[in-house]
Design a protein around this ligand. Sequence first.
Ligand code: C5P
Length: 236
Amino acid sequence: SRTAAVIPAAGRGVRLGPGAPKALRALNGTPMLVHAVRAMAASRAVSLVVVVAPPEGTAEVRSLLDEFPLGERTEVLVVPGGATRQESVRLGLAALPDDVTVVLVHDAARPLVPVDTVDAVAAAVRDGAPAVVPALPLADTVKQVEPREGGPEPVVATPDRARLRAVQTPQGFDRATLQEAHEKTVFDGEGATDDAGMVEQLGVEVVVVPGHEEAFKVTRPLDLVLAEAVLARRRA
Ligand code: C5P
């Protein structure tokens, strides 16, 4: 019985501005994806990392990862991804060997997640939770709106902030549960943005463990500035 990490890294990252696929952008000279793979490999629980690459960029990602070798303890596979994050994760799961029983799904776009967070998620699954997500309370108040193009959007509701959590990755799963969720959830539009949401649809309980502020998602240009500042602070 092994624990594997699947890293969907096939997104184009349009919100970050023009340039290479997001996962291949550098943070302090090292591609974001390499930081993310190292973050998973840093956990003693993880012995296999499956990177889901842009379909046309699989060879490029493979050679990039070979430039930044990990310790011998961790095997790294690279497989081509799909049109949505959900499809990319499904393709990553399909590449797992039979002896993998626990799966962590981690966004390449969260390159700086601390090892303690990875360990806490993996341990909670190994202790019997079928689905575990790291999450933090919200700083902002959240409004639900009626989306409207080009005009002010009416507010529909203000959920109680104290009961909301912002969800991060890695999200950890019993492998069979996650695979069942991927088989049964129907695709529409963008697909699921979060694997735990698909498991919720099965009626299986998902639990939250504390996330970490350094597990933030690099989405917009300002996030690159923050990520490089976090790396500089770690080195200091
Ligand atoms: O776009 P977003 O930031 O939500 O993407 C989250 C993660 O899903 C990123 O790591 C991205 O590379 C990945 N993704 C993917 N395949 C897609 C779209 C996104 O692997 N088709």
